[in-house]
Design a protein around this ligand. Structure first.
Ligand code: GRG
Length: 285
């Protein structure tokens, strides 16, 4: 069974369609939320739930939406002049270019805070909601994505070794990609041991995703992927491609994706055809 993408899209925009949200903020947030993201993280979460035999309900789509809201906010802030200073993302003007810098900062702020309102309002048992709130904050705040972004800024002009790069990306990209795995374990009330297994799989997929991003940064036609070359390309920062070579990075990506699939098949009560397809779609030949 495939998930209802329309329901995900509806949940994602619903919060900002409320008349109490100021019109200018509404326009800016909705611009980025509907700018053509692949929805990898929320789709992974929903597919994982299905793979564990869960009948999807509105609350699950709300958790998925909360996750994509944080991701979108991080992209808006990442593109700001004080960060990557990018003019284009997903083939469209970045939020601060389309609107202005203050609006983009506030749109990001909204997208970092509103997910907790959405989570706290969804119809799931209170212990599950608390665990989800804790995990989403862990993934995105000073122990997760924000920490990774700080390490990334500090790495400018330096050559990192593989272990330092892995740490940086585990935080910057990996934590939020791990959330769907841990959250699926929380929602299905898995044992601590199973949640540890799910976290390890998510971390490996997070790493694979970053290797993929580094490969695309050097191989993709930027017009095709709709973004301008990142600072790592322009400033010759350490990337998986610079450390492993293009072929080495592609091999590492393929090896990690194969391992992710193997680890998933070892989970009990898991039947995830759609997840395997999604993981295969991340391969770069
Ligand atoms: C306060 C949560 C918070 C964050 C602020 C700016 C910042 C700190 C962190 C930046 C994090 C960042 C931009 C990581 C890059 C992750 C990455 C590989 C993004 C691309 O993800 P895709 O391919 O993008 O899923 P689409 O466009 O499909 O949504």
């Amino acid at each position: 069974m495939t998930i209802d993408k329309n329901q995900l899209e509806n949940e994602l925009v619903k919060f900002y369609k409320q008349s109490d949200v100021p019109a200018h903020l509404q326009e800016s947030v909705l611009y980025s939320l509907t700018a053509g993201g692949k929805r990898v993280r929320p789709v992974l979460f929903l597919e994982l739930l299905e793979a564990f035999g869960v009948q999807l309900e509105k609350a699950h789509f709300q958790v998925a939406a909360a996750l994509e809201m944080i991701h979108t906010g991080s992209l808006i802030h990442d593109d700001l002049p004080a960060m990557d200073d990018d003019n284009y993302r997903r083939g469209k003007l970045t939020n601060h270019v389309k609107f202005d810098e203050a609006t983009a900062i506030l749109a990001g702020d909204a997208l970092f805070l509103d997910p907790y309102y959405v989570l706290a309002s969804c119809d799931l048992p209170a212990e599950i909601v608390v665990a989800l709130v804790r995990e989403l904050s862990f993934a995105s705040g000073s122990l997760g994505m924000v920490a990774g972004q700080v390490l990334d800024m500090e790495a400018e002009g330096k050559k990192l070794n593989l272990a330092e790069m892995e740490r940086l990306h585990q935080l910057k990209t990996g934590r939020l990609l791990t959330f769907p795995f841990v959250a699926a374990g929380i929602v299905t009330e898995k044992s601590e041991k199973s949640i540890r297994q799910l976290r390890a799989i998510g971390e490996l997929l997070g790493l694979a995703f970053q290797i993929r991003d580094d490969i695309l940064d050097v191989t993709a036609d930027f017009d095709d992927i709709g973004k301008t070359p990142g600072k790592d390309v322009l400033e010759e920062k350490s990337t998986y491609v610079s450390l492993l070579g293009l072929e080495g990075a592609k091999n590492e990506l393929s090896k990690d994706l194969t391992e992710v699939k193997k680890l998933l098949t070892e989970l009990s009560n898991f039947s995830g055809e759609e997840i395997f397809k999604l993981i295969d779609s991340l391969e770069l030949k």
